[in-house]
Design a protein around this ligand. Structure first.
Ligand code: ATP
Length: 234
């Protein structure tokens, strides 16, 4: 579905991605794990078109997209839930959801999509008139995911969805992701919560200092001694 080929990304002279080649299959959960500064966020931002590679290619269903504008990439169905959620705190839950459907296709279907999203997240329906900034952390993360769903993603990319949440709220978010996966959504998940991410991932990559250093099934990486030592403290 999505493939990156030898991506090299720089911030001035700092190289954040070095020859990064990854692929995402249709309907899988792919996790990218790694510690702070490994390059995970940069990978997502480069796929979304927010950061441009110096060289390398990004193929979406076989077509190159690395030079496309971000709105066109989003229109293709690649939708990112950013780190820190980036909600509009002074707007209601409902208004935040509407903002997720600003592109023409999703806009026309917004009324039906919102009902679907409310079924998935009943708490958002209960709080539809509440300001987003007054929700709990877990509810805000649900709203960020729900807002992305309003855009009808084919590939949902999530950057650290459980960061800063209580264990209970984090576990609810991972349950939602598994539910979306069962319904056929393709998910690219970037996380420092290595244990949870690998538990739900079909496949995973580990990144270090801008490079992919390991690749395997979620279960394989969970058993890998290097992963256990570096990320799980075992
Ligand atoms: P984290 O989980 O802490 O965000 P990460 O794995 O997502 O880490 P990135 O945020 O992609 O890593 O950062 C990769 C490297 O690029 C780091 O060395 C970081 O300092 C650098 N970097 C990231 N964003 C910028 C920027 N806007 N300007 C300069 N350097 C940056």
């Amino acid at each position: 579905m999505l493939k990156t080929e030898a991506l090299n990304v720089f911030y001035d002279e700092v190289q954040a991605l070095i020859d990064v080649s990854v692929h995402v299959h249709d309907r899988e959960i792919l996790a990218v794990i790694g510690s702070n500064g490994a390059g995970k966020t940069t990978l997502l931002k480069t796929i979304s078109g927010l950061t441009r590679p110096r060289d390398g290619r990004i193929l979406w269903q076989g077509e190159p997209i690395e030079q496309e504008p971000t709105d066109r990439i989003c229109q293709r169905g690649i939708v990112q839930v950013p780190e820190g959620r980036r909600l509009f705190p002074q707007m209601t839950v409902f208004e935040n959801l509407e903002m997720g459907a600003y592109l023409p296709g999703p806009h026309e279907k917004a009324h039906d999509t919102i009902q679907h999203v409310y079924q998935l997240f009943p708490v958002l329906k209960q709080r539809s008139k509440q300001m987003a900034g007054t929700l709990s952390g877990g509810e805000q993360q649900m709203l960020a995911i729900a807002r992305a769903l309003m855009a009808h993603p084919k590939l949902l990319m999530l950057d650290e969805p459980s960061l800063g949440l209580s264990p209970k709220a984090a576990s609810e978010i991972y349950t939602v992701l598994q539910h979306l996966h069962l319904k056929g959504m393709t998910i690219l998940l970037v996380s420092q919560d290595v244990l949870q991410a690998l538990k739900i991932a079909d496949r995973a990559y580990a990144m270090e200092n801008g490079r992919i250093v390991l690749e395997g099934s979620g279960a394989d990486l969970l058993r890998d001694p290097a992963v256990k030592e570096a990320y799980l403290g075992l």
